[in-house]
Design a protein. Structure first.
Length: 219
């Protein structure tokens, strides 16, 4: 298969498997999504979705969040891990949103990445899922599968994002990044990988990866 045929196969297969695409993190607006994505760093969506209702019951907007102390936020979010850094980030970014953005989440990488504890991937998720702006956030699942499928060299997530944006049509980015995440979780995990179940990798996967059947590139 040519590279384009492989890309088309991935797109068609993912559309068949995920005609409707659930969003992993529960949220109701750009602000609650931003906080949920921040909390998900080195944690799981399941754990975050258990904690955010507790946090948002006290503060689901930057004005109420800024009224809480860092210690109050930290106590609530402790189960998701990295609570010292995340609580400071949540409190700090809430104050910045009030002071510089009229309490609204900005719609550009530049302004989002200026916020405490907000990196490129977090900004990309917010732009994509909250505002519908084309972005291709790369998490460990996408990084792993892009390598397994022979679409990137797997050296780092920056290169993987560039390769994904180059290969896939821009109008599909927002759907595809979520579809690949779900596919990675269900069919092509890092551990316990069953190649017979992983229909995409089995058909188009990188030969060296298929031979080892256990290759995993860490983010």
């Amino acid at each position: 298969m040519t590279k384009q045929e492989k890309v088309d196969y991935v797109i068609n297969t993912l559309n068949e498997l995920y005609p409707t695409i659930p969003v992993p993190l529960d949220h109701k607006d750009p602000y609650t999504l931003l906080i949920a994505v921040l909390l998900s760093a080195q944690s799981t969506d399941v754990r975050v979705n258990k904690i955010t209702p507790l946090l948002f019951a006290k503060a689901d907007n930057p004005y109420d969040m800024a009224k809480l102390t860092v210690e109050e936020i930290r106590e609530i979010i402790r189960p998701v891990g990295l609570s010292p850094m995340k609580s400071k980030g949540i409190h700090g970014l809430s104050k910045i949103l009030i002071d510089k953005h009229d309490g609204q989440v900005p719609k550009t990488y530049e302004y989002l990445e200026e916020l405490p504890a907000v990196g490129h991937k977090t900004a990309a998720v917010v732009l994509s899922q909250a505002f519908g702006i084309p972005a291709f956030p790369v998490d460990t699942h996408i990084h792993r599968l892009m390598y397994r499928w022979g679409f990137t060299n797997g050296k780092n997530v920056v290169q993987t994002e560039k390769d994904a944006k180059r290969l896939f049509p821009k109008e599909l980015w927002n759907d595809l990044h979520l579809q690949i995440i779900w596919y990675g979780r269900e069919y092509s995990p890092a551990r316990g990988w069953n190649l017979e179940k992983d229909i995409i990798s089995k058909k188009i996967g990188r030969k060296s990866v298929l031979k080892s059947h256990s290759q995993y590139i860490s983010e």
